[in-house]
Design a protein around this ligand. Structure first.
Ligand code: HEC
Ligand code: HEC
Length: 236
């Protein structure tokens, strides 16, 4: 929406430059409060929330979620764009230790343009961008309803697909795709306790560019792990 507004504004601005010699002020897009952001920075802020970067690194990368996950506020401006791209595409840290979170491999999951937008956002100092907020978790409607929102908030949906249908490519992995979290095969293999254990400790399939299951222990509280498992159980 914002990007479209800015594109229209930019297009109109270009027209104005060509056709009106005195009028130098570009027309104001309707959402003037967010119009001060470069569209790539604004897009990057949304991607930072969509891929749950903010769930591990904290809101606007301010940290405070887990002692094992660094804040990004200072480092993001110090690291060169090429280094940031390499960290995001290939991950970082000791993925072999199932008790600690590591930086997941995103190269196959996030498009090159989305990574560029993330870098623009990081280099801009992770500013607050209106409406780039994690989905709210419904209260009092049962574990499965909360779990459905958590599935989006923690970005599970990006790797396992809507409704856990799977199909997201993972070309270098043995299965060539990230597995579904639905279907008879999945349900016979994993009971509720095994689902919870798997989310907590993740699973390392291999080095980048292979995408592995992140370790969410220490990031997702136990009550929310139970809610996620309750939601996954409803998937047919
Ligand atoms: C599951 C938790 C998790 C998620 C999700 C996550 N990260 Fe990380 N990230 C980490 C951990 C842990 C490290 C530290 C790795 C190390 O140095 O051992 C890290 C390191 C980094 C670093 C390097 C920081 C430094 O101090 O060198 C950057 C940059 C980064 N992450 C960006 C991102 C971005 C952008 C996203 C979203 C696309 C993201 N992270 C998602 C856990 C996560
Ligand atoms: C960066 C991509 C990625 C994200 C994000 C992700 N997963 Fe996974 N997940 C995987 C991969 C890859 C596997 C396969 C691991 C294996 O086969 O050992 C997997 C496996 C699983 C499994 C076991 C299923 C099976 O058949 O092996 C469960 C359960 C699971 N994930 C739940 C979740 C939940 C819940 C979330 C959100 C909190 C989540 N995942 C986020 C990539 C991801």
């Amino acid at each position: 929406m914002l990007a479209v507004g800015l594109m229209i504004a930019a297009g109109f601005g270009g027209w104005a430059v060509g056709h009106a010699t005195r009028e130098t002020t570009a027309p104001t897009p309707s959402s003037s409060s967010s119009a001060t952001f470069d569209p790539h920075v604004a897009s990057g802020a949304h991607i930072f929330v969509q891929f749950a970067c903010s769930q591990c690194h904290g809101e606007q990368g301010r940290g405070g979620v887990s002692p094992d996950v660094p804040a990004l506020t200072t480092i993001a401006k110090e690291l060169k764009p090429a280094k940031l791209r390499s960290i995001i595409d290939h991950g970082l840290g000791a993925s072999k230790d199932p008790t600690k979170p590591y930086m997941p491999v995103w190269g196959e999951v996030i498009s090159a343009q989305q990574v560029s937008d993330l870098i623009a956002y990081l280099r801009a100092g992770l500013p607050a961008v209106p409406t780039a907020d994690p989905v709210p978790i419904p209260q009092g409607q049962g574990a499965a309803v909360a779990g459905a929102a958590l599935y989006v908030r923690f970005g599970c949906i990006n790797c396992h697909g809507p409704n856990g249908l799977g199909g997201v490519p993972n070309p270098q992995s043995p299965d060539k795709t990230i597995p579904p979290l639905s279907g008879a095969g999945f349900r016979t293999e994993f009971n509720t306790k095994q689902v919870i254990d798997f989310i907590r400790s993740g699973s390392v399939l291999g080095r980048a560019p292979i995408v592995s299951m992140p370790h969410w222990g220490g990031i997702i509280p136990d009550t929310q792990l139970v809610e996620l498992a309750a939601y996954i159980k409803t998937l047919k």
